[in-house]
Design a protein around this ligand. Structure first.
Ligand code: ADP
Ligand code: MG
Length: 695
């Protein structure tokens, strides 16, 4: 039997393949380039390209592509065949170092937020050798970064790599103060738990709203939803189990360590979590994972929905971004240590996260903002739009006692200092998990729970890495010349906690009381995406990204513009789809039902000569009245769409949010009420019960 070990990573040009196929000196040179993040020498590149090509061709590849992540949040690829024609009608299969390092896609059709006019559309892609090349179907995919010729960044990978550099540099400096001079690099790690829905492919095909917008724009609630909690961790349907097995196998071939799979809370909802890896690799892997989910589902007669809220009334889907930092010597910096010094170090890094999250709440909020995610955040199934940190009572007590200089109640006596003598005994395993916190400390990592299921994980991690880099940099400034280092660390941890503890909240973040309390604490509550995007270019954010060379002001402004635009386009498409379905499908169906009812009523009356009203008459009246109201609401929606089209930028996205969305809700309400009384045979769309409880 074919074992997992035998095919795991078989479609990846990974370290093993490189060592096997590259001349020793080339392999060494490449590894050094990767380690130090230098430019690749062209001779080395030629040799690598040749080995990679031969490897890929042996595996059946015919094409190659620079696989990159434009600002759409998806991945993009343009395939080129390896062939070079020869005289006499023959071809050779060719792939040069130049082609490996650089590609030149036509960048004109990707969103750039006004960074380039289309006539100067050429951008280039550059290989990210820290993320291995892989084969997808018949194509060798080379993970790359994407820039314009004038040097502006046009993708999500470049800033991510820069943010990883930034935090590494600052963390290494801090570690040197702790005497850890052997650490040359610090790595951010990410494990992304992916939620998704699977429904029957036939139902999917029949729902134009799902096909065009990813979510159902209509649909009365199913009599049964998720109230019985009978889906979470339940046994898998055969078809779903087969899909998951197929998916795991394809992921494993690509070296993606898919690990945990289970049913989620909502009917038809599932989750897949891989073992964590270095951030940029984890982000690439998550993109591939989403792509494969969509591709493999139809092979099993299913459709995979990655939208944050495909169905009203049951939970939506998120993506938990588990995040930590570790050294190249293998130490997780967010794991409590075994001795006082390591604990002091742990508390310092923890303090940096607390400070960063408090000072840049807005950035984290922005990094998870989208039209889709607006349906989740704050809807009692996902964290609120307010950013806060869960530490657990024990850890919060420790920090509190350090901050107040008072002794720790209960378990630990004596004044807390982080010097060599008295050390806080830090619990290694904070088992009291809080599932309502947006940013939960889970023992050796933070779980950032706000991102939406369809998100690229690049955005949230760019924000996290950069803001923590900033906090570490400030800490270094305070500590570097301290006479008594141990004392200085204690004081810093103490004052930092006093200053930023408002961001720490260990209670139930879904509770309405928290919204009030958060407001008293002065925490931000950016309820909608347009509200959040408006903060993107706040002076402090421009300063932050500028300081670490992640984005310049112009790039940040362009990204802000793209976010507003993307939001407006999403609602625009939803609204038009809604009109289309209401006017062309639902109203005709309801009218047909009404006229059939009327005819039937007349027949019945004639047959038995009855004068008093019958049930059908009552239904007929309701159908006619709701159909009229529905029609009226579509006209109103049409009007606000026309108004929205005249606007642009932030004004436009706010208009969509504040004026168009409520009108869409009206249309939906009338249609859903109709669905409840129109006979099943007449209804033109698969219903919620059909979709959520298929067999
Ligand atoms: P839960 O559902 O309780 O949140 P899971 O086991 O489903 O937990 O997911 C935890 C995720 O966190 C996994 O993807 C795991 O690999 C990841 N993870 C574990 N340690 C780290 C770390 N040091 N850095 C980043 N991610 C981590
Ligand atoms: Mg989780």
């Amino acid at each position: 039997m074919e074992t997992v070990a035998s095919y795991f990573g078989s479609m990846v040009f990974n370290d093993e393949a490189m060592r096997e196929r590259l001349p020793k000196d080339v392999y060494k040179a490449l590894k050094q380039t990767i380690r130090e993040g230098k430019d690749l020498d062209l001779n080395v590149a030629n040799s690598v390209a040749n080995a990679m090509k031969n490897w890929a061709i042996e595996k059946g590849a015919t094409h190659f592509t620079h696989w990159f992540q434009p600002l759409t949040g998806m991945t993009a690829e343009k395939h080129d065949a390896f062939i070079t024609p020869l005289d006499g009608g023959k071809v050779i299969l060719d792939f040069s170092g130049k082609e490996l390092i650089k590609g030149e896609p036509d960048a004109s059709s990707f969103p750039s937020g006004g960074l380039r006019a289309t006539f100067e559309a050429r951008g280039y892609t550059a290989w990210d050798p820290t993320s291995y090349a892989f084969i997808k179907e018949d194509t060798l995919c080379i993970p790359t970064a994407f820039c314009s010729y004038s040097g502006e960044v046009l993708d999500k990978k470049t800033p991510l790599l820069r943010s990883m550099e930034a935090i590494s540099e600052e963390a290494v400096k801090i570690l040197s103060l702790f005497g850890k001079t052997d650490v040359k690099r610090v790595i951010t790690t990410v494990g992304a738990e992916q939620e998704y829905f699977l429904i029957d492919a036939d139902d999917y095909r029949k729902r134009k709203d799902l096909r065009l917008t990813g979510r159902t724009l209509f649909g009365a609630r199913s009599p049964k939803g998720q109230e019985k909690d009978d889906h979470y961790f339940g046994a898998l349907r055969t078809r779903v189990a087969e899909f998951m097995a197929d998916l795991d196998k394809e992921l494993w071939k690509l070296g993606i360590p898919a690990k945990t799979r289970h049913n989620e809370v909502a009917p038809c909802q599932h989750e897949l979590a891989p073992v964590f890896s270095v951030s940029n690799v984890a982000v690439d892997h998550n993109q591939i994972m989403m792509e494969l989910m969509k591709k493999i589902a139809p092979k099993h007669g299913l459709a995979c929905l990655l939208h944050e809220k495909p169905f009203e009334g049951v939970n939506g889907s998120g993506k938990h971004n588990n995040w930590s930092i570790s050294t190249d010597t293998g130490i997780n910096l967010l794991e409590p240590g075994d001795n006082p010094k390591d604990n002091a170090q742990f508390l310092l890094f923890l303090s940096a996260v607390i400070k960063a999250v408090d000072e840049y709440q807005d950035l984290l909020r922005i990094s998870v903002a989208s039209a889709g995610n607006d349906h989740r955040l704050g809807a009692n199934e996902a964290p609120p739009a307010i950013v806060s940190i869960f530490l657990g009572d024990e850890l919060a007590d420790i920090l509190e006692s350090i901050a107040s200089g008072k002794s720790l109640s209960g378990r630990k006596k004596g004044k807390m200092t982080l010097g060599v003598h008295v050390l806080p005994d830090i619990p290694k395993d904070t088992t009291d998990r809080n599932r309502t916190s947006p940013m939960a400390f889970t023992g050796n990592k933070f779980e950032f729970r706000m991102p939406g299921s369809s998100f690229s994980m690049a955005g949230p991690n760019i924000g996290l890495n950069t803001m923590v880099a900033k906090a570490l940099k400030e800490f270094y400034g305070v500590l570097k010349d301290a006479d008594d280092f141990g004392k200085a660390v204690t004081e810093l941890v103490a004052s930092n906690y006093r200053e930023h503890k408002r961001i720490v909240f260990n209670g139930n973040a879904y509770a309405p009381e928290w919204v009030e309390e958060a407001e008293e604490r002065g925490l931000l509550n950016l309820q909608s995406s347009p509200d959040a995007f408006d903060q993107y270019t706040a002076p402090k954010n421009i300063a932050l990204f500028g300081e670490f060379g992640i984005y310049n002001a112009k790039e940040l402004e362009s990204r802000c513009e793209i976010h507003h635009e993307e939001y407006s386009k999403t609602i625009h498409i939803e609204a038009l789809t809604m009109l289309d379905i209401a006017v062309k499908r639902i109203i005709p169906a309801a009218s047909k039902y009404a006229s059939d009812l009327a005819a039937g009523i007349n027949q019945m009356k004639a047959a038995i000569n009855m004068v008093s009203p019958i049930a059908d008459e009552d239904i007929l009246r309701k159908v006619i009245s709701l159909t009229n109201e529905l029609y009226g609401s579509t006209n109103v929606l049409g009007e606000v769409i026309s108004e929205a089209e005249k606007l642009s930028g932030s004004l436009q996205s706010h208009y969509y949010r504040e004026e168009v969305l409520p009108k869409m809700e009206d249309v939906r309400r009338f249609a859903d009420n109709l669905e409840l009384i129109v006979a099943k045979d007449y209804w033109p769309l698969p219903t919620y019960s059909d979709m959520l409880f298929y067999v």
